[in-house]
Design a protein around this ligand. Structure first.
Ligand code: CP
Length: 307
């Protein structure tokens, strides 16, 4: 039984295969409409979500399966003190696969260790968000036609941003990827990623505080929200929350084929005027999240793609 807790749980070949299936799903959705008939997905979300939970649910429904679950800790027996280990043992009796989101790092691993069904990490605290990464990889591949030879700018909250950590882990496995890490000093990429991932693998990267300076050299700009829920101190959040705002004026500094991605939700970091720019790809990215989660559910349930 396979779980997805970290993007590195899949080989590059497995990810390429998943992206190929997701691409076929986009072109031929009706082919996949019954491949999971009779299967159930449980979504166990202890933390708020719009895209991840609903795109997982849409994915399973599109495959002919059904869904059950809870969307907050308060509406589950976690509110009465039930452990993740006990919860997943019980969910294993009701569903064939589970997607779990939890504010604590490592929660999905604990679930996987106690589960009778495949577990997908749908975000664990500030740690990892591998299905967002699959979404990001599919989006980049669809827009640029490749996952190698790219200069990728990551901007905003690089410290707590689990989507950033997962994306770096995934992209360093492709040739000739350069990173420009744009953040205030307080929100730098964690040391373990700089040392154990980027430096250890000889990946070219630089850290900047200024978005304007970075823009002209980027092939992809990955914007992120400063996450209020990860701060212990409201004052720090207020000081940092608007440190980067992408505007049409700033977009003029970028290449004509530099695409803007964002895992969403957005707060202020991309002005709504940028949405009209053909390089704004974040809503398309949310759509790709459904295709790639369909491919993922099929893989973890060992359902073959129809001919
Ligand atoms: N990108 C993402 O994880 O969005 P949600 O928090 O809405 O699921």
């Amino acid at each position: 039984m396979k779980h997805l807790l970290n993007p590195l749980d899949f080989t590059v070949e497995e990810i390429d295969e998943l992206l190929a299936v997701a691409g076929d799903i986009e072109k031929n959705p009706s082919k996949y409409a019954h491949v999971c008939d009779g299967k159930k997905l449980a979504t166990c979300f202890y933390e708020p979500s719009t895209r991840t939970r609903l795109s997982f649910e849409a994915a399973m429904l599109n495959l002919g399966g059904s869904v059950l679950g809870f969307s907050s800790a308060d509406s589950s027996s976690a509110a009465k003190g039930e452990s993740i280990a006990d919860t997943i043992r019980v969910i294993s009796c009701y569903a064939d696969i589970c997607a779990i989101r939890h504010p604590k790092e490592g929660a999905a691993l604990v679930a996987a260790m106690n589960s009778g069904i495949p577990v997908v990490n749908a975000g664990d605290g500030g740690h990892q968000h591998p299905t967002q990464t699959l979404t990001d990889l599919l989006t980049i591949h669809s827009l640029k036609g490749r996952l190698d030879n790219l200069t990728v700018g990551l901007c905003g909250d690089l410290k707590f941003g689990r989507t950033v950590h997962s994306l770096i882990n995934a992209l360093v496995r492709y040739p000739n990827i350069r990173f420009v890490l744009i953040s205030p000093p307080e929100l730098r990429v964690p040391e373990y990623i700089r040392e154990d991932v980027l430096k250890a693998k000889n990946i070219e990267f630089k850290e900047l505080g200024n978005l304007d300076e970075a823009l002209p050299e980027l092939d992809i700009l990955y914007m992120t929200r400063v996450q209020k829920e990860r701060f212990f101190n409201e004052e720090d959040y207020i000081r940092l929350k608007d440190c980067y705002i992408l505007t049409p004026k700033k977009m003029k500094l970028a290449k004509s084929d530099m695409y803007v991605l964002h895992p969403l939700p957005r707060v202020n970091e991309i002005s709504v005027e940028v949405d009209k720019d053909p390089r704004a790809a974040y809503f398309k990215q949310a759509q790709y999240g459904v295709y790639v989660r369909m491919a993922l559910i099929m893989k973890l349930l060992e359902v073959n793609a129809p001919c």
